[in-house]
Design a protein around this ligand. Structure first.
Ligand SMILES: [Zn+2]
Length: 383
């Protein structure tokens, strides 16, 4: 199953190679899982010879989830149950341009459909998670947050390229929705999901309802002012939490040419390197202190920490929890627990998949008009 998710479709011989299992074992497993409806096989050719192409089943149609951040593009093809059947991702240049990246995303979608031998007509809808606040026109609502994306009608542009309905939302909202419905927030009604990576954002769910704000900019937790006259932030203000404790700020302060990515920082901290542990601890304390303000206002049951830096685990979460608890108004029935997210780097794309599924299931009547639906655990906007 993991090999099929990674490659899309594979022949039985290729599956044996990818899984390390014998061809006979693969044949038995494929037969069993095809009968139970988990896998789908179709005739194909490989190097001129007839072969059975094996894919994850997608009888009811497919949706696509796309996640776009400053540095990364991730595209996943999923069935209507939310299971990812194939995915691809690629790094983006820091100053990439929206139209090029939307072209790339559309190409990846075509590749993925082809890899599982699916027709374009099987694509029921596309959800897009963008690492920026999104307004009702499906555009980035605040200039400077995601350079190269100002004024781009993301949903409309992708709809033209893909000939399928597209819904767009802020990645933080979708991460929160995905963790809420399928991850660390399952069964909770009040939660805050803080995403800590290059940027810092938050998705807020209060009494089981996602909070978007008047302009779609609720949860811009990374732009909480925490240091008067502090470092300049990409939003144009000074001393924002993100400019102090985001991955970019930490890496710049470290000034170590060998450590240039959030992932490097995390692996060094996990390996026990003092300077990385200290840098992540300082960031955790800053974020925790600011999160205390958020928690005193919203009173969530649980705080979920996601994003690239969350992979450092307790190196970040320990100091963060300590600072959070120190700044909380302590009610008699306890304080919110602070835990790592469960969906890892898939969280945003999983949220985008849920967004597409919820809208695709509603039917095609909401295509082409500004939609406000709360079924995705978020309100989403199309053309
Ligand atoms: Zn800012």
């Amino acid at each position: 199953m993991r090999a099929l998710k990674g490659y899309g479709g594979l022949t039985q011989v290729e599956l044996a190679g990818a899984s390390g299992l014998s061809p006979a074992t693969v044949s038995n497993i494929v037969k069993e899982l095809s009968e139970s409806g988990v896998l789908h096989t179709s005739p194909s050719t490989r190097s001129g010879r007839r072969a059975q192409l094996v894919t994850l089943a997608h009888d009811l149609g497919l949706v696509v989830g796309i996640s776009i951040t400053q540095r990364h593009l991730r595209v996943a093809l999923a069935d209507l149950g939310g299971s990812i059947v194939a995915e691809k991702h690629m790094p983006l240049a820091r100053d990439h341009r929206a139209d090029n990246e939307l072209d790339k995303a559309a190409l990846l979608v075509s590749d993925l459909l082809e890899s599982v031998d699916a027709a374009r007509s099987e694509l029921l809808g596309v959800g897009v998670a963008v690492a920026a606040p999104i307004n009702r026109l499906g555009m980035v609502a605040v200039g400077g947050i995601l350079r190269g994306w100002n004024g781009v009608r993301i949903a409309a542009t992708l709809e033209r390229r893909l000939q399928a309905p597209v819904w767009v939302d802020n990645a933080s909202n979708l991460v929160a929705a995905a963790e809420w419905r399928t991850g660390a927030g399952r069964g909770r009604r009040d939660l805050v999901a803080i995403d800590v990576g290059e940027g810092i954002g938050a998705g807020l769910i209060c009494a089981g309802v996602p909070i978007r704000g008047h302009r779609g900019a609720a949860g811009e937790f990374g732009h909480t002012p925490v240091m008067p006259g502090g470092p300049l932030c990409r939003c144009g203000n000074r001393g924002c939490l993100e400019a102090v404790a985001g991955a970019g700020a930490i890496l710049e302060r470290l000034g170590d040419p060998r450590v240039t990515r959030a992932a490097d920082l995390v692996s060094r901290a996990v390996a026990g390197e003092d300077s990385a542990i200290r840098a992540l601890g300082d960031a955790g304390r800053s974020i925790g202190r600011a999160a205390a303000g958020l928690c005193n206002v919203l009173d969530p049951e649980r705080v979920i920490v996601t994003g690239d830096l969350a992979r450092a685990g307790e190196v970040l979460l320990g100091p963060m929890r300590h600072a959070l608890e120190a700044g909380l108004l302590i009610p008699q029935n306890g304080t919110p627990d602070l835990v790592a997210g469960q969906l890892g780097e898939e969280a945003a794309v999983a949220g985008a998949v849920l967004l597409a599924i919820d809208h695709a299931k509603v039917g095609s009547e909401d295509h082409g008009a500004a939609t406000i639906g709360d079924t995705a655990g978020s309100l989403a906007f199309t053309t």
